[in-house]
Design a protein around this ligand. Structure first.
Ligand SMILES: C[S@@+](CC[C@H](N)C(=O)[O-])C[C@H]1O[C@@H](n2cnc3c(N)ncnc32)[C@H](O)[C@@H]1O
Length: 459
């Protein structure tokens, strides 16, 4: 693969050879990385292995490691030697993760001459203003973060003369903005968020709503101890030589309007991919003057989904959350029946709601209902083969397989677990706990299934 200029998206990564589903396209260790504040206590700060028995850094009492190898890696490579002092001196220890990441990038880039200076150049030239002349993130905490970073750097007592120049407004804003736009959220194979990392090469990959590759992360496996978390770009659709290799910055199951809003809010760009073109022109052709009504319906549905998440997270009120998602579902169905038959927008909305309903039913222990919703999710995705190898789909299949096994429907359990395993075989490394979990579940079901067939003579 090689980096070259794209037509309208700046630089991009292009294939110089064909790739098939499951091929690894790029592996890159994180340049700098942080865990998130709320899960910092039970994740190793180097390899992201999740454990209850991590050892604390004796000075800052914040960093945690699964062993000496990981501690040494963090101290030197991820510059905990400087960060440690700043964390230990911070009274409330609530430095935002993005600020910690920015500090670690600075420590690393300053510590090495030559190659790494390119990172500083990239920061220096990164615009922190938007194309319409306004400043990005003005409504957000950019200025707060700038102050936090300066404070953090001072507390670290980093002895660099040039630091003062780098801590000037423009540079700091560009650095934070670059990380906001280019750092990757690190998640495990069950898609739980673990932290944030800066991967200089992978950070130049462009977005597509129908991507041909996905970003997965090592982390959480025992044998990665002592190795910093790394990103693996894996092929999920056949790629021809010369094609651009693209990932998705968002959940591909969002509707066109949701994706448009999300990308504008988080990345300030309007996606020019083929899926957006198709779905937007279909929407405009079909709905023309009804678009305002459509937007308002989608707004209501989105509002109900957000409300259901808040109820669940904030108040632990799951039945209320379930109720909200049911309202969203009803509203969605009404809209489709009355106004928008075959709307691609509502098709994606239904997929999103079906998955959420499945999740809520499981938490509420309504297992049989959960299988109905997850079946529906898979059914709705069936005519989208381009998403067949996505980790999200595999995860829903695994859930469904386990549910059927619990409910005693062994043949359905076997079918879904086999499908999940097929996707994981392509996507995950063998050491991934999720790969094992799937294999283990499948083994149990197969043994039980064979026994049942023997006893009853049925198959
Ligand atoms: C993480 S950077 C990717 C690297 C970028 N092309 C560069 O040269 O620095 C993300 C930026 O690339 C551009 N971009 C990526 N995907 C795009 C897409 N599908 N449509 C339009 N612009 C895109 C946007 O300007 C976005 O803010």
């Amino acid at each position: 693969m090689q980096w070259s200029k794209t037509e309208n998206k700046g630089m991009g990564l292009f294939a110089t050879q064909p790739y098939k589903v499951g091929d690894i396209i790029l592996v890159e260790e994180a340049y700098s990385w942080v865990t998130l504040q709320d899960n910092s206590l039970n994740i190793c700060h180097t390899c992201f292995h999740c454990s209850e028995a991590l050892k604390k850094c004796s000075r800052c009492k914040f960093a945690r490691y699964c062993g000496l190898d990981c501690q040494k890696k963090a101290w030197k490579e991820n510059n905990h030697q400087w960060e440690c002092r700043a964390i230990a001196c911070s009274v409330n220890r609530k430095t935002p993760s993005i600020v910690r990441l920015a500090a670690l990038v600075l420590f690393r880039a300053l510590a090495t001459n030559g190659q790494d200076r390119k990172i500083l150049e990239r920061c220096r030239s990164f615009p922190y203003w938007s194309s319409d002349g306004g400043e990005f993130l003005s409504g957000h905490s950019l200025y707060g973060w700038v102050e936090d970073l300066r404070h953090f750097m001072r507390l670290s007592c980093y002895p660099q003369k040039e630091l003062s120049e780098l801590l000037e407004d423009n540079f700091v804003m560009s650095l934070i903005r670059l990380l906001e736009m280019n750092a990757h959220t690190i998640f495990d194979s069950e898609l739980n968020t673990l932290g944030v990392g800066f991967f200089p090469k992978a950070s130049l990959m462009n977005h597509d709503c129908r991507p041909n590759s996905v970003a997965l992360f090592t982390g959480g496996f025992h044998n990665t101890s002592g190795k910093p978390v790394s990103i693996h770009i894996r092929c999920v659709r056949p790629i021809e030589a010369g094609e651009e290799i693209v990932i998705s910055y968002l959940d591909v199951c969002l509707s066109w309007m949701d994706r448009l809003e999300w990308l504008k809010e988080h990345y300030q760009f309007e996606c020019c991919c083929s899926r957006c073109k198709e779905e937007s022109s279909l929407t405009i052709q079909q709905y023309g003057e009804k678009l305002v009504e459509l937007k308002s319906d989608l707004k209501t549905i989105n509002h109900l989904i957000v409300l259901s998440e808040q109820e669940e997270l904030g108040n632990n009120n799951l039945s209320r959350s379930f109720e909200c998602i049911h309202w969203a579902w009803d509203k969605c169905r009404q809209c489709i029946q009355k106004l928008y038959p075959n709307s691609p927008i509502f098709h994606w909305k239904q997929i999103q709601i079906a998955s959420r309903m499945g999740y809520l039913c499981i938490v509420l222990e309504k297992y049989s209902q959960a299988t109905d919703y997850l079946e529906l999710y898979i059914e709705l995705l069936r005519d989208k083969p381009e998403f067949a190898y996505f980790p999200t789909v595999a995860l829903e299949m695994l859930k469904l397989g386990k549910l059927y096994a619990y409910l005693g429907n062994l043949s359905a359990a076997k079918r879904y677990l086999e499908k999940a395993k097929q996707i994981y075989t392509n996507l995950l490394v063998k050491e991934d706990p999720l790969y094992y979990k799937c294999e283990e579940e499948l083994y149990k079901v197969v043994v039980e299934y064979d026994w049942m067939v023997q006893q009853t003579g049925l198959c």
